[in-house]
Every structure is written in structure tokens, then in C-alpha cells.
Design a protein around this ligand. Structure first.
Ligand SMILES: [Zn+2]
Ligand SMILES: [Zn+2]
Length: 312
């Protein structure tokens, strides 16, 4: 099992894929979340339903959770926000938890605060305010405003870890962000949910690890055809709509190529892949586009980036 202190202080950047799935529930992948840990900072990018459990299962140092960055407010990206706050506080977090995200973040955060208010009171009454300090129980909203669509905004700069937000296109979800993380010469980019845009290519340049969402439209179409035959019109409509604001695996590969990425990790995997054949179908055509390593993300995957000698 991972030593919690070691990963916080060994000077490397540790990345944990806590959830690699999309919104279609299945028993192999939970929803969206990535943990980035380095130089004393522990940051979560999205915290979809079921993902915070994996942070605990992987023995991540949850009492040291410093901040959460949300890409957008679809439920598969925010459902565990209350759990992340409650469980990190109960485990000993000694500062309020900052939650960064697009405009609208206050509404989301205040809603979670309200939903967990009674539980917070129960726990203080039960264990005492010396153990569960009320001042650390709260989430703190940190709205990010990007004035010019093409710019990226530095929104976190602490302990050599820099986090930039940039706009993606997940319309009608506006604004929606991707994040670029820089640490000791390494670059990690998380696309969030989006179609492929010039802005995304621009802000993903020279990334060591590119976490890119992807949905196989071909596989989705097979499900839609079956649902049509069964006259499941509501299901057909929703699955059809999904196709206008995401990328396909081959589009993710094109992005990785244009961004000169070293490694592509495909996440937000949809539809659920039940066997090796389904995985092959999902990744069809990807190898012919991107020469670098392609990894089909799975829950609890770990990555480690050693500091580079020359800082970029
Ligand atoms: Zn979304
Ligand atoms: Zn999503």
C-alpha cells in the first residue's frame, strides 16, 4: 500500500485516475475524477459519484486535500463533492476546502453545504469541536472568470504547482473548462467534457500526460439502433443528443497528435466496455493516428512524473 507521507513529499507528481467512466452507470468504471498530488498539494479534478470512495480505497492522504477543481457542473463530475469535503474533514483536514470552477460554482457549493449542514452538526455534537473543528468543515467557492476565450488563466500557484483553466466547448454547458497543470517541467492536461476545438489544441501543447474524454459514437449508434427497435424513444433521444458535445476516441487521438502529447489516457469512457472485444472496438483507428502511447483509462490507475532537469 502507498505510503501517504511519501507521495506528498517525494518531489514527484503523482496522478491517480479515480474514475474513468462516463454518465452511463456500469459496474467496472465509476464517473469522473483525477487526483494530482505533488509537493504537499493534493488536488482533485472533478469528483463524480463513487469516485471519492476510490481515493479512500487507494489510501490517498485525504486529510491533506487542498483544493478541488471542477470542469463543469454535470452530475457525473460533481456528485461526490459533499463526500470529499465531509470525509477529508473527518479524517483531519485542518483548513477549509477550496472549490474552483466556472461561474455558477457558488450555487453548487452552497447547495452541498446546505445538504450536509445537519450531518456536520451531528458530527461536531458527537465527537466534539476539538476533534472536528467547525471552521474547517466548510467548502469555499473560488469562481474562475476567463475574460478572453482564447486565454488560459493561472488560477492556482503554490508549492511550484501551477494550474491554468481554459475554455472548452461543451455547449449548452457554458462555461466549461479544461485544466493544464505544470509542475517542475511536466505538463498534465485534463480536457473535461468537450468537442475538439482550436483552443483545446492550443492549451494542450507539449503535454506529458493528456487525459482526454471520449465516447464511441459507433458503439453508441448500435445501442440507439437497438433502442429504436424496442421503441425506447426517451433513451434514443438522450443517447442521440449526447453525440453533439463530446469527442470520439479517434478525435482524442487527433488532439493528442496535434498537441504533440507524449501519452494519451482516454477517460469518460462511454458506452461501458464489458470485455476485450468491446475495448478493441472502442479504440478502433486510434493507433493509426497517434504514434505515442495510448492508454485506455481504468479506475485506480496510477501515474508518476519525475521532475525534469530543465524547467520549461
Ligand atoms: Zn458533461
Ligand atoms: Zn461527463
Amino acid at each position: 500500500m502507498i505510503s501517504q507521507d511519501k507521495i506528498l513529499k517525494d518531489g514527484k507528481l503523482h496522478i491517480f485516475l479515480l474514475g474513468s467512466g462516463g454518465p452511463l452507470n456500469n459496474n467496472t468504471r465509476v464517473t469522473s475524477s483525477i487526483a494530482v498530488i505533488g509537493n504537499g498539494e493534493f488536488i482533485l479534478f472533478d469528483v463524480g459519484p463513487g469516485t471519492f470512495r476510490n481515493a479512500d480505497v487507494m489510501r490517498l492522504p485525504i486529510a491533506n486535500l487542498s483544493a478541488i477543481f471542477l470542469t463543469h457542473f454535470h452530475s457525473d463530475h460533481i456528485g461526490d463533492l459533499g463526500e470529499a469535503n465531509m470525509l477529508s474533514w473527518v479524517n483531519g483536514r485542518n483548513k477549509p476546502l477550496e472549490v474552483y470552477g466556472p461561474m455558477g460554482i457558488e450555487k453548487v457549493v452552497n447547495g452541498f453545504i446546505m445538504a450536509y449542514e445537519l450531518d456536520t452538526e451531528y458530527r461536531i455534537a458527537h465527537h466534539g469541536s476539538d476533534i472536528l473543528q467547525p471552521e474547517f468543515s466548510k467548502l469555499m467557492s473560488k469562481p474562475i472568470l476567463i475574460e478572453n476565450y482564447n486565454d488560459r488563466k493561472l488560477c492556482f500557484d503554490r508549492n511550484e504547482l501551477k494550474i491554468y483553466a481554459f475554455e472548452v466547448d461543451h455547449s449548452p454547458v457554458k462555461p466549461a473548462f479544461g485544466y493544464r497543470i505544470e509542475y517542475k517541467g511536466n505538463v498534465v492536461v485534463i480536457t473535461g467534457d468537450t468537442i475538439k476545438t482550436e483552443n483545446l489544441v492550443k492549451h494542450s501543447q507539449n503535454t506529458d500526460l493528456l487525459f482526454c474524454e471520449a465516447i464511441s459514437y459507433e458503439m453508441l449508434n448500435n445501442i440507439i439502433t437497438g433502442a429504436n427497435k424496442l421503441k425506447l424513444t426517451r433513451y434514443v433521444r438522450i443517447l442521440t443528443d449526447i453525440k453533439n458535445y463530446h469527442m470520439e476516441p479517434i478525435t482524442a487521438a487527433k488532439l493528442a497528435k496535434e498537441a504533440k502529447a507524449k501519452k494519451l489516457v482516454i477517460i469518460h469512457i462511454t458506452p461501458p466496455l464489458t470485455n476485450e472485444f468491446a475495448e478493441k472496438m472502442y479504440l478502433k483507428g486510434v493507433d493509426g493516428i497517434f504514434d505515442g502511447e495510448v492508454i485506455l483509462g481504468s479506475d485506480c490507475m496510477k501515474f508518476k512524473l519525475d521532475p525534469k532537469k530543465e524547467l520549461s
